[in-house]
Design a protein around this ligand. Structure first.
Ligand SMILES: [Zn+2]
Length: 198
């Protein structure tokens, strides 16, 4: 299954995208999968800039996937937003210096269908649920980051801090679009993306 996902991602990247951001977005349309505990991250080189997009189910970040109801849930939610916006503590670049230019967070859009529920509870019905695709219950966070780097040609690795900050994330599918495109699966024990050049 993963091999197929990778294959599609690489194939898409071979068609030169108009912009790095489009490249990352394009990867996402292919890689996009809502799996709790998983996330995707894309990186694309644009001259001296590195743009990145991170996406994950809300559940991976806070352990629930509906509009926060309690003070504790609001604390967790706002805490997650704060962490996602703190790019300095989420990325460590090997062999070059990069400064954060932007961290733009797209929060989930809560709808009536996103009332509290137990995931996978097929017995749950109400008057609204009948009018909504059950997929509407799932909510994602995505964040766009932009970095200005001293010399991206020297970039050797990118270490991500998402595992450390969010206990619910177990795996991150990573895509890097530079002179060539490559992918890697980051895990809690291996949170470093090695930039390969050839
Ligand atoms: Zn979900």
């Amino acid at each position: 299954m993963q091999r197929i996902v990778y294959g599609i991602g690489v194939g898409v990247a071979l068609v030169a995208p108009p912009t790095p951001q489009a490249a990352v977005s394009s990867e996402y349309r292919q890689l996009e999968a809502h799996v709790h505990g998983q996330a995707e991250i894309g990186f694309a080189v644009d001259g001296d800039r590195l743009v990145s997009e991170f996406r994950t189910p809300m559940y991976s970040l806070v352990g629930f996937e509906y509009a926060p109801q309690t003070d504790t849930q609001w604390q967790d939610y706002n805490g997650a937003v704060r962490i996602l916006g703190d790019a300095v503590s989420l990325f460590e670049f090997g062999e070059t210096e990069c400064s954060v230019e932007k961290a733009s967070i797209n929060e989930p859009e809560f709808q009536e269908a996103n009332h509290p529920h137990v995931h996978g509870d097929e017995h749950h019905h109400d008057e609204h649920a009948d009018h909504h695709d059950s997929e509407a219950r799932h909510l994602d966070f995505s964040v766009q980051y932009e970095f200005a780097c001293e010399n991206l040609n020297q970039l050797e690795s990118i270490e991500v801090g998402f595992f450390e900050k969010f206990k619910g994330i177990e795996k991150i599918e990573a895509v890097f679009v530079g002179e060539s495109t490559h992918v890697a699966e980051l895990t809690r024990s291996r949170a470093i993306f090695d930039v390969v050049r050839k």
